[in-house]
Design a protein around this ligand. Structure first.
Ligand code: AMP
Ligand code: GLY
Length: 429
């Protein structure tokens, strides 16, 4: 099977490496990919601006893949997956309308309420004045408030606060401040949910779903969950949590109503569904994403056993029900540690420490997935925030974690930044 993966980060590297393990897959084309991926002889990267639909179509026509898998959400929200689908390609990824589950937080919340999917109560405001007046209805200092911009904002469009001044400042930034990276015409306010966060993943073909697994990521930059929010500094896949009963509840109260509700409403969902959940005694949905998480993919994919490419192919064709094989989740635990550039996440636009040579010594087992790298003067150098990540498996979280941090000792570049407490339990997870 000829497979093309769209995207350029660690998530796409993990997808490609995992699919290469399947019988019948000899190489993977990654569009555009990155220079670190080229270290794998069976991965071929192709320079292409994926925002240019015609350029992408022309490249895909040349490569003629049997299956195209989208890594990131933006091209799906832009309708690029649907465009390739309409041009005769077999695409695993949401249609433009179905992509609204991630692309519009208001669409997503309203969908959840219509389909009885558990989530926090919310209100929508369509102007700054309305929203400012709306704050008076919320007991911010006692119960807190979550303010969300109704748009894709790479994690910057959500503020959770118990401070009334911060709530007002957030609104003026989101609606009125041209220098704020988030500019929105609508916001929603939500009740603060309490509990532990979990990312849960399912593969959907428009009719039915297969649960893929679970992971916990670390969004803050610094040890002890301190510092600014990032794209994710590490992750682990727990073995015993959530328990069987909770897993069943996630299937029945979240994944099933999604696949059935989206079909009923005329926007069947095909692709990877990522449910961001808050678990206490109850399961509540924080948000949906229409893709694998990054770095959740790097953590979870190495644990998935079975012919994943064949299963993805069936999902893309809408024929999971005809599939006579299944996927299983390994008994092992998985830990992933991200290594970022010095200065990441540079929220205020300050420069990061870039273009340093990355040296990797021969070392113990484990897998390196590349993200923000390029080739310069025959050397691999860092070009962006998250540079690479290391995944190790083990019989326990402790052994997987020890292996990942041991392997990390073999990675060297100036300014490299990482957390020391991924999967350590010291943060109460
Ligand atoms: P989102 O972009 O909706 O995933 O929100 C980003 C982060 O904000 C989540 O990962 C949570 O940590 C936090 N968050 C969002 N909504 C809520 C909520 N209703 N209650 C508590 N935390 C939330
Ligand atoms: N790790 C969170 C995300 O991919 O959105």
């Amino acid at each position: 099977m000829k497979i093309a993966v769209i995207g350029s980060g660690g998530r796409e590297h993990a997808l490609a490496k995992r699919l290469l393990q399947d019988n019948g897959v000899n190489h993977i084309d990654i569009i555009p990919g990155n220079a670190g991926m080229e270290l794998d002889s069976n991965l071929r990267t192709h320079d292409c601006n994926i925002k240019n639909q015609d350029a992408l179509l022309s490249l895909c026509s040349k490569l003629s893949p049997d299956l195209i898998i989208f890594g990131p959400e933006q091209p799906l929200v832009d309708g690029t997956g649907e465009f390739l689908d309409k041009n005769g390609f077999n695409v695993l990824g949401a249609s433009k309308d179905a992509a609204q589950l991630e692309g519009s937080k208001i669409f997503s919340k309203k969908f959840m309420f219509r389909n009885d999917i558990p989530t926090a109560e919310f209100e929508v405001y369509e102007s700054y004045d309305e929203a400012l007046a709306g704050l008076n209805k919320w007991k911010i200092t006692e119960e807190g408030i979550v303010i969300k911009a109704d748009e894709l904002a790479a994690g910057k469009g959500v503020v959770v606060t118990w401070n009334e001044d911060e709530a007002r400042k957030t609104l003026s930034d989101f609606f009125l401040n041209p220098d704020c990276p988030v500019n929105t015409k609508k916001v929603l306010f939500e009740k603060v949910l309490k509990g532990k966060e979990l990312s849960a993943f399912a593969l959907m073909d428009g009719e039915t779903f297969i649960t893929l697994g679970y992971a916990c990521d670390y969004k803050r930059l610094l040890d002890g969950d301190k510092g600014p929010n990032t794209g994710g500094m590490g992750c682990f896949s727990p073995k015993l949590w959530p328990d069987k009963e909770t897993r069943k509840c996630i299937d029945e109260r979240v994944f099933r109503p999604i696949v059935e509700g989206m079909k009923k409403e005329g926007t069947p969902f095909k692709g990877i569904l990522f449910a961001g959940l808050m678990l206490d005694e109850a399961v509540n949905v924080i948000e949906f994403n229409i893709r694998f998480g990054d770095p959740e993919a790097q953590t979870l994919l190495p644990l998935i056993e079975g012919n994943l490419s064949r299963v993805f192919d069936h999902a893309a064709k809408g024929s999971l029900l005809n599939l006579n094989e299944t996927l299983t989740l390994s008994e092992k635990c998985s830990v992933h540690v991200v290594v970022a550039s010095g200065g990441y996440p540079a929220m205020d636009g300050s420069p990061m420490n870039l273009e340093n040579e990355i040296k990797i010594e021969e070392s113990s087992s484990g897998t390196i997935y590349y993200a923000g790298v390029k080739q310069k003067d025959q050397k691999l150098v860092n070009t962006g925030g998250r540079v690479l990540g290391i995944t190790c498996l083990g019989d326990s979280i402790e052994t997987a974690r020890d292996s990942a941090y041991k392997k990390l000792q073999s990675v060297h570049f100036e300014g490299m930044t990482y957390r020391n407490d991924i999967a350590s339990g010291s943060d109460g997870r």
